[in-house]
Design a protein around this ligand. Structure first.
Ligand SMILES: CC(C)(COP(=O)(O)OP(=O)(O)OC[C@H]1O[C@@H](n2cnc3c(N)ncnc32)[C@H](O)[C@@H]1OP(=O)(O)O)[C@@H](O)C(=O)NCCC(=O)NCCS
Length: 212
């Protein structure tokens, strides 16, 4: 069953897709605020930086994220919030949200789309939660919101998902939202923090899966 979502469009960072001309609103990709009443997806601000650094510095987070250095420098959070995320929204190729508590706005983690190809209507999801935010279904709720927005508003037809094959918590979250197991790519995940290789599980979600 689809999660009922409340969507508002007070634009946190209004951005214009590259190549669009002034006044051409068709090309403008706005950053929405999505909520189901329990979690909210919104764009990161500098106020999130300390909590982001603490979450990513935790080994239990970093071990599952192949491109996160360990130890994790605070400057990387600031660069992510101030440069990488806005650039991603501007180009339309990476669309990242903070997952926050809908009541307190406390930072819980991050979720987003990478490798967004709107002409092919495909993207890959990614997410992580700070250790204290786990175990209450926040990742599942956040992923449901992201999936609904991707299909309903972005016109995505297929979402990719990939993780280290033994990341059972992340697999459970994706499967709960409807992603289907598609296989294991041997030695495909290269973790930069310790330069080790891991088998990678891949899953996918296509529009037709949502109506089954
Ligand atoms: C993946 C992650 C976001 C899940 O967060 P969460 O919502 O708190 O997840 P939970 O702890 O509630 O577990 C989610 C599900 O996985 C299950 N699970 C947890 N650990 C498990 C394990 N070792 N083996 C099997 N299932 C497990 C839980 O039982 C739960 O299933 P349920 O909803 O059917 O009860 C979080 O663990 C995280 O941020 N991990 C580090 C970063 C990461 O792995 N990101 C994803 C990379 S693709």
């Amino acid at each position: 069953m689809r999660t009922p979502i409340a969507k508002s469009w007070p634009i946190v960072h209004p951005v214009r897709m590259q190549g669009s001309s002034a006044g051409d609103s068709r090309e403008t990709l706005q950053t929405p605020v999505l909520t189901d009443g329990d979690v909210v997806l919104r764009v990161a601000t500098e106020r999130d930086a300390d909590a982001m650094t603490a979450g990513l510095a935790d080994f239990e987070t970093a071990r599952w994220l192949i491109s996160v250095p360990h130890p994790y420098p605070h400057e990387d959070s600031l660069a992510w919030i101030c440069e990488v995320v806005p650039t991603g929204w501007q180009s339309g190729k990476q669309l990242w949200f903070v997952v926050a508590d809908a009541t307190t706005d406390q930072f819980l983690g991050e979720i987003g789309l990478r490798d967004v190809d709107r002409s092919a209507a495909m993207a890959e999801v990614g997410y992580w939660l700070a250790p204290a935010a786990r175990g209450r279904g926040a990742a599942r709720r956040a992923l449901q919101l992201l999936v609904a927005w991707s299909f309903d508003d972005l016109g995505i037809e297929r979402l990719d998902w990939a993780a280290m094959a033994d990341n059972w918590a992340s697999r459970a979250v994706a499967e709960a939202v409807g992603f289907r197991f598609e296989g294991v790519r041997r030695s495909r995940a290269f973790r930069i923090s310790d330069a080790t290789r891991h088998d990678e599980c891949v899953m996918g979600l296509v529009r037709g899966d949502l109506s089954l």
